[in-house]
Design a binder for this molecule. Structure first.
Ligand SMILES: [Zn+2]
Length: 259
């Protein structure tokens, strides 16, 4: 049993810690069984909700991914800016950018993208009051801390064991703002803030991105404690949009608007 009484960490960090403490690999696929803290579609439980991925809600094909949900007045799309050309979106600290979408009739609109790394869907509600991308610092300023969630994006980071030996990752619990290095402590600004480009080429290409268990795969979710999809992919109408904002990782669902 691995238990974190304090919470406030994202699913990837939590998975790394469990894998390290239990000396196992997570996530992994053995035969046709997917093992992970959450299921291959990025969600879990019978009252199904997502923590990351959303890979079963959009096609890994074509150009810009289709919408999978709404975040306030803006839409959330799958991970690809252009699947055919293996282009991933350059995103701000909220997880969004400006560009045309499949349903904007050519208009440039602010929109979110699913990411394979935290915040996975959204770290905050953008854009800024003057209509710009949200910086790492601006995102963190939205989470100065409160009595319930402690320091959030300020204060002293904890050191989480995420690898063998003395490998530790500094982390601010309940802080949903990650920098260009994938740290919610570091301050390296995101590349989207200093370019007019809205996408970049995925160095991994677009060939190995289908999440096991999602469309086109024969991998089945396992049952029991090691994986918890509970047949979730079948519970969601493929290609449908969710009308609610998913719960992201174990992070606070508190999302503040950029003032
Ligand atoms: Zn986009």
């Amino acid at each position: 049993m691995v238990y974190d009484s304090e919470g406030g960490t994202d699913v990837s960090i939590a998975e790394s810690r469990v894998a390290n403490l239990c000396a196992i690999t997570l996530p992994r696929v053995v035969g046709t069984t997917y093992y992970g803290l959450i299921g291959p579609c990025g969600g879990h439980t019978r009252d199904y909700h997502f923590h990351r991925g959303f890979g079963c809600l959009y096609q890994q094909s074509g150009g810009h991914s289709t919408a999978v949900g709404n975040i306030a007045q803006w839409k959330l799309y799958g991970k690809w800016e252009d699947f055919t050309n293996a282009k991933l979106p350059l995103l701000d600290a909220c997880g969004a950018h400006f560009g045309p979408t499949p349903d904007s009739n050519g208009a440039i609109v602010y929109h979110y993208h699913v990411q394979e790394k935290a915040p996975f869907a959204a770290g905050c509600h953008g854009p800024t009051a003057d209509g710009k991308l949200v910086s790492v610092a601006a995102c963190r300023a939205l989470y100065p801390g409160n009595s319930f969630h402690g320091k959030q994006c300020s204060g002293t980071p904890v050191q989480l064991e995420t690898g063998p030996g003395s490998t530790k990752t500094p982390y601010l619990r309940f802080c949903p703002c990650w920098d260009a290095d994938g740290s919610n402590v570091g301050t390296k600004e995101l590349p989207a803030l200093s370019t007019t480009d809205i996408s970049y080429t995925d160095p991994k290409g677009n060939k190995e991105t289908v999440i096991p268990g999602s469309k086109g795969s024969t991998v089945k979710p396992s049952s029991g404690t090691k994986a918890s999809t509970g047949g979730a992919s079948g519970a969601i109408a493929q290609g449908s949009s969710m009308s609610y904002l998913a719960v992201f990782a174990a992070l606070a669902t508190l999302h503040a608007h950029v003032a």
